[in-house]
Design a protein around this ligand. Structure first.
Ligand code: GDP
Ligand code: MN
Length: 441
């Protein structure tokens, strides 16, 4: 612990040094230190369930006052981490699409020869987004899939037009599937009380919540949270890479990303981590804590508890969201194992979310739902931050400093200054990543 204290002092007294994971100001003292101790005990596998609940309830009891200083300090830390030049993941098994013959000659495997993982590229999309989805497919192909030819699944709530189908087929180097969501899955379920829903939407509108009264947006969030992996056409797949219209991919990746997930025992991969509008998820955390207390067996002892309950950068968010930091992985890019969602823990918890109705009474997003699920019920070492994938969905970017990326000189750029406060990645790095994980690139 002496070493730890020295490290902390060094960090806070001078310019941060890359590789130091903790910041005294962020860790705080008093209750904050208590929470840290609990989570440290957790690293040794000694945490009892009551102690886990204490950590999870931490955000309900403690609100620091946040300042611009903390936001900028975290952004400095972020830029510093991003300034490191990265290549491919180290200490990992990587698979390429090449073989070497007896004479040592390298040969690229064809689409038919290459043994792919059980995976699909996946997007929920509308006919009117044809141009925007092609924009993104071209980048995914150019930076990665031209080597591996993974299939694509296009999901719609309405039939795709012939033009849509023909056009996307021309740009995809793998098989192409179209899957239409049955109305009984897409539409608002019968347990939603119309009066309660009306009151909820009114409150969201008054609070300026985006898409508050757009029912299709609520349907979309619920579908992406707990239904897509149950579609007939998705049952045959284990892995998916979700992508969205009008997003950008900046870096070439030479290894098979799905096999990286599979061979290195990962469940969930992300690029960007943000805070959410707390008014969209006011009761997500209380409903979840209630579930967790009744079903303690589902909580993974090595969950990402501090990231979930942090109340430093945006304490008022944690307060409004009743103890949930609102930190989440931004799900418009995500790569994950659908068997995790299909498993007992996530399924039972999702049933509890459905019963509570927050997809319609509030506007629970699929990003916080996936994130809370994976951070509570999975070992956090199975959650992978893809530092080598350059990504943009307006207004946020993740730009690695790598020769394989366009504009590496912009690495460390996140978004316009007025939204710096929304960046939760510094928390993920400081609270949840091990030193080895930070050194992986
Ligand atoms: P935002 O990123 O939260 O602002 O939401 P988007 O408008 O980007 O929607 C998220 C994803 O869901 C995108 O891939 C959209 O194409 C898709 N999406 C949203 N609403 C609908 C809908 O009503 N029908 C279908 N088929 N897709 C939708
Ligand atoms: Mn979007």
């Amino acid at each position: 612990t002496v070493n730890r204290v020295n490290k902390l002092n060094r960090y806070s007294s001078s310019v941060s040094k890359y590789g130091l994971q903790f910041n005294e100001k962020l860790m705080g003292t008093g209750k904050g230190a208590q929470q840290e101790q609990l989570v440290d005990a957790n690293h040794d596998g000694k945490l009892t369930f009551d102690e886990i609940v204490q950590v999870l309830e931490f955000g309900q009891s403690k609100y620091n006052s946040s300042s611009e200083d903390i936001v900028e300090e975290n952004m400095d830390f972020y830029r510093e981490v991003y300034s490191k030049k990265v290549t491919e993941p180290k200490f990992a098994k990587l698979t390429y699409n090449v073989v070497y013959d007896e004479t040592g000659l390298k040969r690229v495997l064809t689409k038919d020869e290459y043994p792919r993982a059980n995976a699909t590229m996946l997007t929920l999309v509308r006919n009117k987004e044809l141009k925007a989805i092609v924009h993104t497919i071209r980048q995914i192909e150019n930076t990665w899939n031209h080597n591996f030819h993974y299939p694509y699944t296009f999901i719609g709530d309405e039939e795709f037009t012939q033009e849509f189908k023909d056009t996307v087929r021309r740009h995809c180097s793998g098989e192409v599937y179209f899957e239409i969501i049955p109305p009984e899955i897409w539409n608002k379920p019968a347990n939603i009380d119309p009066e309660k829903e009306k009151a909820g939407i009114k409150k969201l509108i008054e609070n300026g919540v985006q898409y508050a009264d757009m029912e299709s947006y609520h349907n979309m969030c619920r579908f992406n949270s707990g239904w897509f992996y149950r579609l007939e056409g998705l049952k045959k797949f284990k892995w998916y890479w979700r992508f969205e219209p009008n997003t950008d991919y900046y870096c070439s990746i030479d290894y098979d990303i799905f096999k990286f997930m599979e061979d290195n025992d990962k469940t969930y991969g992300f690029t960007i981590s943000l805070y959410d509008d707390p008014l969209t998820v006011e009761t997500l955390w209380p409903v979840t804590l209630d579930f967790v207390k009744k079903n303690p067996q589902y909580v993974h002892p090595n969950g990402a508890f501090r990231w979930l309950t942090d109340s430093v950068q945006n304490p008022e968010y944690t307060k409004l969201a009743n103890g949930y930091s609102t930190c989440h992985f931004w799900s418009n890019f995500e790569i994950a194992n659908m068997d995790f969602y299909r498993g007992e823990a996530y399924s039972k918890w999702f049933d509890a979310l459905e019963a509570a109705g927050g997809f319609y009474y509030e506007r629970w997003g699929d990003a916080p739902v996936h994130s809370v699920g994976v951070a509570l019920f999975e070992d956090k070492s199975k959650i992978h931050w893809f530092r080598d994938i350059g990504y943009h969905h307006s207004p946020y970017k993740s730009i690695p400093n790598s020769d394989k990326c366009t504009a590496p000189e912009d690495s460390g750029y996140f978004a316009p200054e007025d939204v710096h406060r929304q960046n939760c990645l510094p928390n993920w790095i400081k609270y949840e990543m091990t030193h080895k994980e930070l050194q992986q690139y």
